[in-house]
Design a protein. Structure first.
Lengths: 194, 403
């Protein structure tokens, strides 16, 4: 048939199942490592992981992160160590969800959840400050009224990190090389991609 | 057989009720065309979605059937802009020049048999012309003016290129189109669409194969379908609006409802061309009637002919959508080569051969003489085809330039 065989291909496809889903009505589970809205994690004792080093802000290609560090008070430290993230802002009008900040973070303080359905109606809502980013006492992200949380989308935060071997060496694959998180403990390693 | 005038005018005087019948038919044809364009666009998007494992429009109305209406309403209320370098009056006129021929061509299509409206016997078609086939050719030729003037009056280069392409393409395929119609006209011996349909009319189940003209004029039928696709700028011949090369083609500078009218005209042309193909080649409204009802029952006079007509048109429309989903856009030189090197020659040879056959069979020759002459005709045509085939440059062949 040669050049007419395309007609057979299109005709056969008519009787095959549809690949499209009715998105707002029926939601399919996205990939576990989807890059969504960020969270700032805490250690299991409630201390903040962020040390205010600004590596995330430095690596961000969209320049959407603004961090200012401050010295910890001796009596009531916010994070273990010398400094903590005093100001932490992400502008979601600029963020491209590339996850470079997550890669850059030395303490696994910033990770991304699976949530991607958050459309704000003004520019103030688009700028997430520490209030919106820092996890609550159970380790879950504080939910904003304009965010569409369907299920446990923040249970898969830092999924990508746990699937990658430390320092890129395959010898470390599957080995736990990260600290525990408030509410979730030390997370299990993930299989890396085939 | 010479086409008869519509029996509506048999009494000779034009009364108000005759005028009313004409008005009803005009309005009905207008509404039918508009609604069918709406449904065709929806159906096209649904079928193509099916062929690509998608769902297609499903938001507006049940199964998304009102999507086209919603799009039309949106476009109607959008702001319209005219480029400062445009020829303003021609720019405004062009969309209507392209939509009017589409309507006018549909007017001569018989969509049913002879019925009674307001107490008048009349044909179920807007007008019955003794030169219906010429009207089809004329209107498809006039239709290009809208596209040509739209591109020219936009005062911009891409629309101009698009309209130049459209003009060249239409001129090239108009010849093949006309010669393909000739295949039917030779068989029917008339130009009137009503008479052509009557020649093919039969109520038996096998009428599609014994009475319709697509079998005795098989090659013209195929050529007609290809040329009709090219005339309506339908994929794979939609070089007029090749987005990758021409932004949007002739309609680049158009916005709002004027833009919508171009698309209305384009899809209306597809429907009209399918109706023309059904009329000329597939017997129009001819088809089996319901045997358990009287022949003059309203179902048998009104519904069944329109039903068969609709079924045939829908089959052809599905074929156009199928082509749209399956074929990539042709390269421009291939388009021209197909039209000039293959379609015109094939249609011409077929027309001459079938004309000679019919002429010979009408003479009172003996059987052997008839067969001998027929064989001679076929041999001559084969020789002509061979010469043409050898004369046509093959791909990659060097052509000497004429000086």
């Amino acid at each position: 048939m040669g050049r007419l065989s395309g007609f057979g291909v299109t005709f056969k496809q008519m009787f095959k199942p549809r690949v499209t889903t009715q998105y707002p009505k029926e939601k399919v589970d996205g990939p576990e490592r989807r890059h969504g809205r960020h969270v700032l994690n805490r250690y299991e004792d409630g201390m903040e992981k962020c040390i205010g080093c600004e590596l995330c802000a430095g690596v961000c290609p969209a320049r959407c992160i603004y961090v200012r560090g401050a010295d910890n008070l001796v009596d009531e430290p916010v994070s273990p160590g010398e400094r903590y993230g005093f100001v932490y802002e992400i502008n979601y009008l600029r963020c491209i969800h590339c996850d470079l900040c997550v890669e850059a973070c030395p303490t696994e303080a910033i990770t991304e959840t699976k949530l991607f359905e958050f459309s704000f109606t003004n520019r103030n809502d688009a700028i997430y400050t520490k209030t919106e980013l820092l996890v609550d006492d159970e380790g879950h992200a504080p939910r904003q009224p304009w965010e569409l949380w369907f299920g446990p989308e923040d249970e898969h935060t830092s999924e990508w990190m746990r699937a990658t071997s430390s320092s890129g060496s395959a010898a470390y694959e599957g080995r736990v090389n990260w600290s525990g998180e408030l509410g979730f403990g030390v997370r299990k390693p993930r299989k890396s991609q085939p | 057989m010479i086409g008869q005038l519509d029996p509506l005018y048999n009494s000779g005087d034009i009364t108000w009720s005759v005028f009313g019948v004409v008005a009803i038919k005009v309005v009905a044809a207008f509404v039918i065309l508009l609604v069918s364009v709406m449904l065709y666009i929806w159906g096209m998007r649904k079928v193509i979605a099916d062929m690509q494992n998608r769902i297609g429009p499903n938001r507006a109305g049940p199964y998304g059937v009102l999507q086209t209406l919603a799009d039309g309403i949106k476009l109607f209320f959008k702001e319209q802009s005219i480029p400062s370098s445009a020829d303003r009056s021609v720019f405004r006129l062009a969309p209507y020049l392209s939509i009017l021929p589409a309507f006018l061509m549909f007017c001569i299509i018989p969509i049913g048999g002879q019925v009674s409206i307001l107490g008048h016997q009349t044909y179920l078609q807007v007008m019955e012309l003794p030169v219906g086939a010429l009207w089809i050719l004329a209107m498809s030729g006039v239709g290009v003016y809208g596209i040509m003037l739209a591109g020219w009056s936009s005062g911009s280069k891409y629309p101009l290129l698009g309209s130049v392409r459209a003009t060249a393409q239409l001129l090239s395929y108009e010849a093949a189109f006309g010669l393909a119609i000739l295949g039917v006209l030779i068989q029917a011996g008339t130009l009137s669409t009503r008479a052509i349909v009557n020649e093919q009319y039969d109520t038996s189940w096998h009428a599609m194969f014994t009475d319709a003209y697509w079998l005795p004029a098989l090659l013209p039928f195929v050529i007609f379908l290809i040329a009709a696709l090219a005339e309506t700028n339908h994929p794979p011949f939609d070089l007029v609006e090749a987005e990758q090369e021409l932004v949007g083609g002739f309609n680049t500078e158009y916005t709002g409802i004027r833009f919508a009218i171009f698309f209305l005209a384009e899809f209306m042309n597809v429907i009209t061309m399918s109706a023309v193909a059904v009329t000329l080649f597939l017997g129009g409204p001819s088809g089996p009637l319901l045997g358990f009802l009287d022949a003059d029952n309203w179902i048998n006079t009104w519904i069944m002919p329109m039903f068969w007509f609709t079924v045939k048109v829908l089959a052809l429309l599905f074929a156009t959508v199928w082509v749209r989903a399956s074929m990539p856009r042709m390269r421009y030189d291939k388009l021209m080569a197909l039209g000039w090197k293959w379609l015109i020659e094939t249609a011409l040879i077929w027309a001459i051969v079938s004309a000679a056959f019919i002429y010979v069979n009408e003479q009172d020759y003996s059987t052997t003489k008839t067969i001998g002459i027929d064989l001679g005709i076929v041999a001559g045509a084969g020789l002509a085809a061979l010469v043409l085939y050898l004369a046509v440059p093959k791909p990659g062949e060097k052509i000497e330039e004429f000086r």
